[in-house]
Design a protein around this ligand. Structure first.
Ligand code: IPE
Ligand code: IPE
Ligand code: MG
Length: 256
């Protein structure tokens, strides 16, 4: 890309089109962090911070779909988030219901296929049914793979995979020697999907917090210092552009 074009694009605030990127990731994962700090900054309750965060979520999903990216994984609630106050957990659970009630028609109409990553059985019944219904309703869709992590932990996901694989080995349907990296991938929630290419975590924190441990093995990381409710489509485009200029090596020596 010419320097002039790169400069023009950096200044451009309107959403970019796919041809304005040198390359796009197939799978983007986002740790949507900073709702609490945003609420504190605006002297609002933490629930208001989470609610504002769902506005960002809508825009980011829409833009991901417009760009033709194959998969988007969003961290909405971790297995560790149960440690928060009862009031905050209740607000987050309510937001899950509200989000699907207002978005499911549009997502389905856009051919988006929804998958919940995490243990739905550990959720209250209403949330569990809503999430199952969203998956069921969109399971034949062939567009964007939208993965929403709810009651998700990367280690718990690996334990689940280990148990499933061990069961197959014990009952004789899978020889131990036949267990490969692909076997593990096929027993993760994201089975059949590409590994994460780009991981974005907003708010300036630089850690995985137990998100997609196996799938992020070779992901490129971008850490915008922006709280999730303030994160715009333009900021997203900048993160995607940063990805486009990364040199991915996968252990090889490039250029010799
Ligand atoms: C992330 O925002 C959203 C969830 C964990 C659900 P936080 O609530 O963690 O925001 P901070 O880190 O306190 O600012
Ligand atoms: C990770 O954020 C979980 C989600 C964004 C849903 P946290 O804010 O819970 O992570 P830590 O506690 O800062 O590592
Ligand atoms: Mg946080």
């Amino acid at each position: 890309m010419k320097i002039n074009t790169a400069l023009k694009l950096a200044l451009k605030k309107t959403p970019r089109t796919p041809d304005e990127f040198d390359k796009l990731p197939e799978h983007v994962a986002i740790i949507m962090d900073g709702n609490g700090r945003w609420a504190r900054k605006h002297k609002l309750s933490v629930s208001k911070g989470h609610r504002q965060g769902t506005e960002t979520l809508r825009e980011i999903i829409r833009h991901t779909d417009d760009l033709g990216i194959k998969a988007l994984s969003l961290y909405a609630f971790s297995t560790e988030n149960w440690k928060r106050s009862e009031e905050e957990v209740a607000a987050l659970m309510q937001l899950i219901l509200d989000f699907f009630a207002s978005e499911i028609d549009e997502l389905d109409a856009k051919n988006v296929r929804i998958l919940i990553l995490g243990d739905k059985s550990g959720l209250p019944e209403k949330q569990r049914e809503t999430l199952k219904e969203a998956e069921r309703r969109t399971e034949k869709n062939t567009g964007l793979r939208l993965n929403i992590a709810v009651n998700y932990g990367g280690r718990a996901e690996l334990v689940k995979a280990a148990r499933e694989i061990a069961t197959l080995a014990v009952n004789g349907s899978l020889p131990v020697d036949a267990i490969t990296e692909e076997t593990i991938s096929e027993h993760l929630y994201t089975r059949g999907q590409p590994d994460v290419d780009l991981l974005i975590r907003t708010s300036g924190e630089q850690r995985l917090s137990n998100f997609l441990l196996y799938q992020n093995a070779y992901a490129e990381f971008v850490f915008p210092e922006i709280l999730w409710p303030d994160f715009t489509v333009h900021d997203y485009d900048l993160a995607l552009d940063a990805y486009a200029h990364r040199e991915r090596r996968f252990g090889r020596r490039i250029g010799s």
